[in-house]
Design a protein around this ligand. Structure first.
Ligand code: SAH
Length: 564
């Protein structure tokens, strides 16, 4: 079971939450921002947070009315087999009501919580719950092939019938099942297809390791055919295993999707060796096939295979942009990547903005200057099998880490980096946020320039400002100034004044989406570099850019799309 989330909406419930968390040492306390302090995670959107946790399979304990939880989660309810426990606890701790997740131990959770709160849990399921959890919800590593037959099966057991076991089911040995050798009901544990029936529940243990090498596109059909010919159940396949050299081959992801199991990579080359290594010491080879198109081997282990402990997964590296500041400007995709990554890599200031880490995640802060080294570090980390999020502010492809990653990828050309799953998740760039705050200054043709001459010569920057000024483009200046670069912005202004009217509107947008945000408008003539720092993006209007006075002070700035 994942670590539970305890959710509070007001400060008065924090004490009760902390009390019930004595029963749940690994739980995380989520509190509504602005209403609660001293919680582990602050959230602003109750509905979105709850639904994310639920979809993620996190047990939810809400210190609020049951109705609120039900209405919020209702749109996601579809299959009780996958629902995590959801409980409502009265704000004063006087009632504990298990709502969902009967197959995932909600009643046990309710009992534990009720015990520390010294109340009776409001358990509403009938007495057959123990048989149900042990039979319908086997531990990980086992899958019930015919859950639809379980209802009758359990009723028969409750009516006094006995049951016999075929195969090894360690989790059933402690249950109070009425086991008898000549019983009419059967529980069968097998990696073969078996014959599921109302009087026979069939469980498939995850004991098969499938290894493939010399891959081709036909891999899915070939593997399915071998499984069928060997009478092996797809549900018993624990994972796909392959050589590290095959990492990133598209046929592997098709196979993993078709069989719905993970892929792991080993430092071996031959399919039979790989399958046997994955199946462990007790492993035995069940099938092996070598054709010109593909090598495939299937090995059987005596125990369910814990895939996570074998070889390594394909490393992932996602370069994300968190937007200029606050959470509201961070895309759901970026939030997802940040949540699922094992490691975050980035400049300390940006990692702070990206939010708090979840348990088990690692943060690697670095100096803002060493972009290429940071990219190398992230790629090396991903190559060990980690899922790495490289964090930029704004958009990662605009004066940020994405280009640095691709630069070292090309330059160093390490094969293990080229096999990684590399993705870029876009973000809102500073110029877009600035434009949105003041109207629509980027409404027509525009360009973005970095005024930093650390990575490119000043002469190039000068030429580009002059060319953009002559082309009458709106401009966004990034990195306009820094402690070391003090004169460049003044020089840029001089160049602009050679081509543009002194009345050209200038927007100075500072700390967008962060505390202390300010957006000011002046003219090119009034504009003074002293008003700008490294957390400012500067927008320079074109000859078409216009101002509209607002009735109670301030202006809108926009650039029309239409030419008269
Ligand atoms: N990838 C970022 C840009 C990084 S370069 C993006 O797409 O926004 C760093 C420069 O971006 C800063 O010097 C500043 O000019 C601008 N910038 C980044 N965040 C900003 C913010 N919150 N407010 C104003 N400007 C910002």
């Amino acid at each position: 079971m994942k670590n539970p989330a305890v959710i509070v909406l007001g400060q008065t419930s924090v004490a009760v939450a902390r009390r019930l968390m004595q029963a749940l040492p690994n739980a995380t306390l989520y509190g509504l921002a602005g209403r609660t302090i001293e919680v582990d995670v602050s959230f602003t959107d109750f509905g979105a947070t709850l639904r994310e946790l639920f979809a993620d399979g996190t047990p939810i304990i809400g210190l609020c009315a049951a109705g609120i939880l039900i209405r919020t989660i209702a749109p996601l309810l579809s299959d009780k087999r996958y629902e995590p426990p959801v409980l409502a606890v009265a704000e004063d701790g006087s009632a504990v009501v298990p709502l969902l997740g009967g197959l995932h131990g909600v009643n046990d959770l309710a009992r534990q919580i009720a015990a520390v709160l010294d109340v009776q849990p409001a358990i509403t399921t009938t007495g057959d719950i123990r048989f149900r959890t042990t039979l319908l919800n086997p531990p990980s590593g086992y899958q019930l092939a015919n859950p639809d037959d379980a209802k009758t099966f359990i009723s028969d057991l409750l009516a006094g019938s006995t049951v016999r076991l075929e195969g090894a089911a360690p989790w059933l040995s402690e249950s109070k099942l009425p086991i008898a050798h000549d019983a009419p009901l059967t529980l069968q544990i097998t990696e073969r297809n078996g014959c599921p029936a109302p009087d026979r529940l069939v469980y498939h243990p995850a004991t098969l390791a499938i290894a493939v090498s010399h891959l081709s596109e036909s891999v899915v059909e070939v593997v399915q055919k071998i499984l069928e010919e060997s009478d092996l159940a797809i549900a018993s396949v624990a994972g796909i295993f392959a050589s590290v050299n095959e990492m990133g081959h598209p046929a592997l992801s098709s196979l993993s999707q078709a069989l719905q199991v993970p892929i792991r990579f080993l430092d071996l080359f031959n399919a039979e060796d790989i399958a046997l290594a994955a199946a462990g010491e007790s492993g035995q080879l069940l099938a092996s096939q070598q054709t010109s198109e593909l090598s495939c081997a299937i090995a059987l282990s005596s125990q369910p295979i814990d895939v996570e402990t074998i070889g390594k997964p394909r490393g992932q590296l996602t370069i994300v942009g968190t937007g200029p500041g606050g959470e509201k400007w961070m895309s759901p995709e970026v939030k997802d990547v940040l949540r699922s990554a094992t490691d975050w890599v980035g400049y300390k200031f940006y990692l702070d903005l990206a939010g708090s880490l979840r348990e088990g995640q690692q943060r690697h802060d670095s100096d803002n200057r060493e972009e290429l080294d940071r990219a190398r570090f992230a790629l090396d980390l991903a190559a060990t099998g980690k899922s790495v999020a490289v964090v930029s502010s704004g958009d990662p492809g605009i004066f940020a880490m994405a280009a640095a990653v691709f630069e070292v990828l090309e330059h160093d050309a390490k094969p293990e980096w080229l096999r990684l799953d590399i993705q870029v998740a876009p973000g809102i760039s500073a110029m877009q946020a600035a434009a949105a705050q003041i109207g629509a200054p980027l409404g027509h043709d525009f360009c973005a320039l970095s005024l930093s001459d650390i990575l490119k010569p000043w002469s190039v920057i000068e030429q580009r400002i002059a060319a953009a000024a002559q082309a009458d483009l709106v401009m966004a200046f990034y990195n306009p100034i820094s402690k070391q670069r003090t004169w460049q912005l003044g020089k840029a202004r001089e160049i602009l004044l050679q081509w543009r009217s002194p009345n050209t509107p200038i927007v100075l947008a500072r700390n967008l989406g962060r505390p202390g945000q300010s957006v000011r408008v002046c003219t090119l003539e009034q504009f003074s570099p002293e008003d700008v720092d490294m957390r400012t993006v500067v927008l320079v209007g074109s000859s078409q850019t216009r101002l509209i006075s607002r009735p109670h002070g301030g202006v809108w700035v926009y650039t029309p799309r239409r030419y008269e």
